[in-house]
Design a protein around this ligand. Structure first.
Ligand SMILES: [Cu+2]
Length: 354
């Protein structure tokens, strides 16, 4: 669950891991199960180059450094609902289950809502290879509005050593009933990165002996951080969110590692049951610090530090709106559009495959 809301920041050019040209993409609403179901395939998935993908010890959904990401499809979200969880499966042409680990990471971008910290399209949802299916309590939900333009991105990680054909994926989002009382708490995905470099590489280097990366930021609106998870690479120690003026730590996430420093996971923390969790104030300075040790004689190359979680605004209606003219937004949208080869999926005849 650590990486559920970890947002993939994708900033580098990728090369296509192909899809069969005949792949289709379907959006289906199942009101009985309260699910929006995305289905895509068949994909032809090349064998992974493991020298490259092995760098993600914790299997994160972070990963500006990822090559090989594909844009599966841009699509219009079909219903105004509050999403509370998802399930993902891979299957073959006969409906038989395929290993889910063949997806290295996957994320969904909402081009009609922006991030809180950055003026870029919101990464609504992201998951890494080890992320299990997730269901939040029914008392909270992430609102996604009908008609918003979304994009589904993923990177394959076919570890069989040979190309596999006829791979289908199904990604189902469960929503919370809007009629329930009291009405659910609105939460929004939130992320901040310790080494921001929009349009280029978000990773950084750690010298022998260890070091850290620090990023200071302010928020345009106030609210509470309700849940926090993180993304670090091997030898990562902590992710700390602190007050920029006083240095008082607000959230500290400690990596779990093996004796060699290999990252096992960054535990997520639920910060609030109902009315707690750190209250972050608009305009006040905050600081994210990612710390690493480095017992090796060489610099650690291309490491990352990302905090991602759920943010409950004091006034959800004051969430800043997208400024499509903003050069940062425009650059991000361009990278999300042009630097991603299409996965080959096309809206077309949709079959029920369940
Ligand atoms: Cu990473």
């Amino acid at each position: 669950m650590t990486h559920v809301f970890l947002l993939s920041l994708l900033l580098q050019l990728g090369t296509a891991r192909g899809a069969s040209p005949a792949a289709t993409f379907c959006v289906h609403v199942d009101s009985t199960r309260r699910e929006v179901i995305l289905t895509a395939g068949p994909f032809r998935v090349a064998a992974a180059d493991h020298a490259m993908s092995g760098m993600h010890g914790g299997g994160g959904g972070g990963g500006s450094e990822q090559h090989g990401e594909v844009l599966v499809q841009r699509f219009s979200w079909p219903a105004s609902v509050w999403v509370r969880g998802y399930r993902l499966r891979l299957f073959d042409a006969r409906g038989r289950a395929l290993p889910r680990r063949w997806i290295h990471h996957l994320y969904v971008v909402d081009f009609d809502r922006r991030e809180l910290v950055y003026p870029i399209a919101q990464r609504v949802f992201g998951m890494g290879r080890e992320t299990p299916d997730v269901m939040l309590r029914s008392t909270i939900g992430i609102p996604v509005a009908a008609g918003h333009e979304l994009g589904l991105y993923l990177m394959w990680d076919n570890d069989t050593g040979a190309e596999v054909d006829d791979v289908y994926l199904e990604l189902a989002f469960r929503w919370t009933a809007s009629s329930q009382h009291p009405s659910p708490l609105q939460v929004f995905p939130f992320f901040v990165d310790a080494h921001v470099a929009l349009g280029s590489d978000w990773s950084f280097e750690v010298p022998p002996g260890g070091g850290s990366a620090t990023y200071e930021f302010t928020l345009p609106i106030s609210g509470r951080l309700r849940m926090a998870g993180g993304h670090l690479h091997d030898h990562g120690l902590t992710l700390r969110l602190e007050d920029g003026l006083t240095g008082v730590p607000l959230v500290t996430l400690r990596a779990q590692r093996d004796s060699s420093g290999r990252l096992l996971r960054v535990p997520y923390r639920i910060l609030a049951v109902r009315d707690s969790g750190p209250h972050l104030v608009a305009g006040r300075r905050y600081r994210l610090v990612a710390t690493y040790d480095n017992p090796t004689p060489r610099p650690l190359a291309a490491v990352m530090g990302t905090l991602a979680g759920l943010f409950a605004p004091d006034s959800p209606e004051r969430w800043p709106s997208v400024d499509a003219e903003d050069p940062t937004f425009e650059l991000d949208r361009r990278l999300l559009t042009t630097s991603h080869p299409g996965g080959g999926a096309q809206a077309g005849a949709c079959h029920e495959r369940r």
